[in-house]
Structures are given as C-alpha cells and as structure tokens.
Design a protein around this ligand. Structure first.
Ligand code: PMP
Length: 306
C-alpha cells in the first residue's frame, strides 16, 4: 500500500494529509482546470536544498495566468509553504508538488470559481527507474500527437495537458517501452510524455524549440546553461523524427526524469546503445550541482529552511 507523508499544505495552513480534501464537484476535477509544478529537493554537502524553487513557482503563476486563474496566495507565501511542508515531514530528498485548482462554485465552463491551493511532498527516486539513469531506457515514438498550438497551450503546466501525457506514457508502457516520445501536429519532434528531449550530433546538443508543443522545462534550461558554460554547443531547432535514428546520443530530461539516457527508439539502437560521452558529461554537470562537483553560480540551490 502507498505510504503517504503526515503533512500537507492546503489553502494557507499545514494539515494532516487525510484532512486536505476538496469537493467532488470542484471544477478542476471535471474540466482539468488545475495548474501544478514538480520540484526536487536534493541532499547536498551543505544540507537539503530545493532546486530552482522560485523559477518553478514563477512558472506556476504563469500557467495560472494563461488560464485566467488569480491565485489566492502570493509567490513568497507559496515558496515558504514549500519549505515548511518538506521540513514538517522530516524529508531531505523529496519531490514537491505545488498546485492550484478551480474549486466548487458554479457549473459552467467559464465559471469564476474560488481557487484552492496546496503543496504536497513525498520521497521520490528516479522517475523512470533506478537503473535508467545509468543504462538508459528503450523509448518509442507514440501514435498520439501532441496538441496543436492553437488548441491547448503546451507552455502552461496545466492538469488537462496531462491527458495527452497519459495517452503517450500508457501506450509506451503497454507496448513494453520505458517512455513515449511525441510528434507535434506539424509532424516534427515534440517531447516525451513528461520530459524534454536532447539529441547529440558531433558533440553538440540539439533540442526541440518551444514552438514544438512542449513545456519549456527548467531542467532543459539548466542543461542549456551548463552546457554553454562548459563549451558544449547547444542548438534549439525543429527536428524531424528520423533524426532520432541518426543521432549519436539521445536523452530525456525533466525534474522527475532528471537526465535519462535513451538507448533505443522504436527498437533501433541509438549510438553505441549505452549513454554516450556528451550525455555522461551533462549528467556529471547536472548531478554535480547536488554533490558539490559543479559550482552553483546561479543560486539555483535554496537551502531548506526549518
Ligand atoms: N515536458 C513535460 C510535458 C513535463 O511534464 C515536464 C515535467 N514538468 C517537462 C517537460 C520537464 O520540465 P521540468 O524540467 O521543468 O520539470
């Protein structure tokens, strides 16, 4: 049975996990009108630290703005709630889930319901499996496309978007793959079910642009920044599907997936079928932030308070 932590932040206060409830007629439950974030807290040599907390929570407000949701608590309050809920649960390595949803208050699609907010946290290891970070995963291109840009905005991290992610991820798992990769409505590469994509050609990183129906990931931004600072070229460009079969190396990234190498796509081996040198260098730079090998020159690590 799933073990839940003791405490959760809900509508302004810390509560027992079981007491954080919403009404069954909450708008968000019926229509996907919620926005959320996923953030990690790592154990570092200087103690637990939350990675890019403010950047993530700013994106939550941006997602809410896209959907005209005026969040009832401000950024400072939300940031403080994130610290508090990890500390109260006695966690050090944790995943944080701040979220907001349209609550009870009307039946119409355009109803201006009250908005509820919550921050949950729990322990979470590597999302795609413990071995995946080292050996890589087998991925497939999904039969499901990502939504066209004039249908649902991919730049908002909204609950409803994850219906697309569920179709992609569940199809991939059903067919025996570790994760699914989606094409955009243009037919060009988009991203993974819940991860951004990087391809390596001749030592340079190539990643799909925000116009390719993807979430502008904070891990993606971290990788682009670290790579450029360390002399690795990064190109953001439209990429056709067949480049998955031609690249030297391939990996996915995201808060949950961290940096997960891909060793095959659609049953075709990528490169040497194991994480290549550029992928390993990016993993070293990224995980080095948390064990002290990479200097945190951007103030991305926020020591846990409390
Ligand atoms: N794309 C999608 C669809 C995602 O859900 C995520 C995870 N939030 C990402 C990309 C990666 O974003 P981030 O690095 O900010 O976690």
């Amino acid at each position: 049975m799933q073990q839940y932590p003791d405490w959760i932040w809900h509508n302004g206060s810390i509560k027992r996990w079981q007491e954080a409830t919403t009404h069954v007629m909450a708008h968000g439950l019926h229509y996907g009108s919620s926005v959320f974030e996923g953030i990690r807290c790592y154990e570092t040599p200087d103690g637990p630290a939350i990675f890019r907390l403010t950047d993530h929570n700013r994106r939550l407000y941006a997602s809410a703005r896209i959907y005209d949701m005026a969040l009832p608590y401000d950024l400072d309050t939300l940031n403080a709630a994130c610290h508090e809920v990890i500390a109260r649960n006695g966690l050090t390595r944790a995943y944080l889930r701040p979220f907001a949803w349209r609550g009870l208050g009307g039946f119409g699609l355009s109803a201006d319901t009250p908005i509820e907010m919550s921050v949950a946290t729990w322990f979470m290891g590597p999302y795609l499996g413990e071995a995946a970070l080292e050996t890589g995963i087998d991925a497939c291109v999904s039969s499901w496309q990502r939504f066209a840009p004039n249908t649902i905005p991919a730049g908002a991290k909204a609950g409803g978007n994850y219906l697309s992610g569920q179709l992609i991820a569940r199809e991939a798992r059903r067919l025996g793959f570790g994760e699914g990769i989606a094409l955009a409505s243009t037919g060009l590469l988009s991203e993974g079910a819940g991860e951004n994509l990087f391809l390596v050609f001749d030592g340079a990183l190539h990643t799909t642009p925000v116009s390719a129906a993807l979430l502008n990931g904070i891990t993606r931004n971290t990788i682009i920044t670290l790579a450029r600072e360390n002399g690795i070229e990064v190109v953001e460009r439209d990429l056709p599907r067949e480049y998955l079969y031609l690249c030297d190396e391939l990996f996915m990234c995201g808060t949950a997936a961290e940096i997960t190498p891909i060793r095959s796509v659609d049953g075709r081996q990528v490169g040497a079928g194991r994480p290549g040198p550029v992928t390993q260098r990016i993993q070293d730079l990224f995980f080095g932030l948390f064990d002290g090998r990479t200097k945190d020159t951007h103030g991305w690590l926020e020591p846990l308070k409390g």
